[in-house]
Ligand binder design. Structure first.
Ligand SMILES: Cc1ncc(COP(=O)(O)O)c(C=O)c1O
Length: 410
């Protein structure tokens, strides 16, 4: 077996299940999950209709680079959304969800024979980055995202020696779990470092369409490159997805766009890897990328949920409203695991302890003292969860609040 497999960590949700083993919500209290970041608004009919219409397409092998019409639809969407001109022939590829593409890009671009190669990952982070680096034979250099730094990555904490070993940087903006969006200045710094040291930047933008001010969509990597006057997208690829934007996590549809030289090699890799998107999914994806009305409606629901939840809970916790995405990254009054157990056994609300999304790379685990709350369920459930959470927070002092044996609040 590949020995790198032994370095993989259990997925956060396995750890959560183990943490909650033997616990139950109070009698008669319906559990509400805020733990898994799976969108739960209905998938729009334009997607399901297109799948039905094109069902005969399952009878054909799809092309890895996708139909020209899909690449065109994605490139046009990127042009409208980020004011970023993308050549549909050379600068874009369909991917079967960003998860596989975030993983595969490391396998395609890192030379496994090179000793000491590093992948830079934010910390906390989406766990695929770490697995992708380890299975590509590289080490992981984490950059902590802390409240003290406003959750911005502090690139200056990385030594010159480490930069010289870094082959790939994952930049997650809007960030899971902090909800922070990278600024133009941060992109300027990262691009300058990439120009100097030659690493590839992989921008994970799968939350780019979940934001709260219609007039201020989050900045994206391709847009930043344009605004900074760069010539094209050297050593930069951005990845996005229909999972969150269009409430279609099971469709497995996204894109990778940017540096044509990287896209060319990534296509070669993917041809062997076997990750082509089926034709009905391509047709449904064309319909989804070509429509913004359902995306705006989706945001209306998130906006409502976040404003209600924030209004109810913020009097009792330092609950910062995210800039984008669908998570609150909430500081806890006690140890995050104890808080998660307490909240489930006293109020039936399931939340993910922050340390499960981060690693201790020397300066402590930056997820400590936080839980991630995914507001993916209905507006009513989010509001109900907020009331239960507020009730727990306002009742307890810091010590007693985290005891799972304390009586139910419901
Ligand atoms: C930060 C981040 N990136 C990528 C993904 C993968 O999304 P998908 O594969 O559905 O596009 C997720 C899923 O939750 C995520 O949180």
């Amino acid at each position: 077996m590949n020995p790198c497999l032994d370095a993989l960590q259990p997925y956060p949700f396995e750890r959560l299940a183990a943490l909650h083993r033997g616990l139950a919500p109070p009698a008669g209290v319906r559990p509400i999950s805020l733990s898994l970041g799976e969108p739960q608004h209905p998938t729009p009919a334009l997607i399901t209709d297109a799948l039905r219409t094109h069902v005969q397409g399952y009878g054909r092998y799809p092309l890895t680079r996708g139909e020209a019409a899909l690449r065109k639809a994605i490139a046009e969407w990127l042009g409208r959304r980020f004011d970023a001109p993308i050549d549909p022939e050379r600068e874009v590829l369909p991917v079967t969800g960003t998860r596989e593409a975030l993983f595969a890009i490391a396998q395609a671009t890192i030379d496994a024979r090179e000793a000491g190669a590093l992948v830079l990952s934010p910390n906390p982070f989406y766990q695929i980055y770490e697995g992708a680096a380890l299975l590509a034979g590289a080490g992981v250099r984490f950059v902590n995202l802390t409240a003290a730094q406003g959750f911005a990555a502090d690139w200056s904490a990385v030594s010159e020696t480490d930069w010289a070993r870094i082959r790939l940087v994952y930049a997650c903006s809007p960030n899971n779990p902090t909800g922070r969006v990278m600024t133009l200045e941060e992109w300027r710094t990262l691009f300058a470092l990439s120009d100097r040291f030659g690493f590839l930047i992989v921008a994970d933008e799968c939350y780019s369409e979940i934001y709260f001010d219609e007039a201020a969509p989050p900045l994206g990597a391709l847009a930043a490159a344009r605004q900074l006057g760069r010539a094209g997208y050297p050593r930069l690829v951005a990845m996005g997805s229909l999972s969150k934007r269009s409430n279609a996590p099971g469709l497995r549809s996204g894109y990778c766009a940017g540096d044509a030289r990287v896209i060319e090699k990534f296509l070669l890799y993917r041809t062997y890897h076997g990750s082509a998107m089926s034709l009905p999914v391509q047709m449904a994806s064309i319909a989804a990328w070509s429509d913004e009305a359902h995306v705006r409606e989706n945001r209306v629901l998130y906006r409502e949920k976040f404003s209600r939840f924030h209004a109810i809970v913020s009097p009792y916790a330092a609950l910062a409203h995210p800039e984008a995405g669908f998570y609150f990254w909430m500081p806890t009054p006690c140890d995050a695991e104890a808080f998660s157990r307490m909240l489930y056994s006293r109020a039936g609300v399931l939340v993910l302890p922050g340390p499960y999304l981060a690693r201790d790379s020397g300066a402590g685990n930056p997820g400590a003292g936080h839980v991630r709350l995914a507001l993916v369920a209905t507006v009513a459930d989010a509001e109900e969860a907020a009331h239960r959470l507020a009730e727990v927070l306002k009742k307890g002092d810091t010590l007693s609040i985290c005891s799972p044996s304390t009586a139910a609040i419901a």
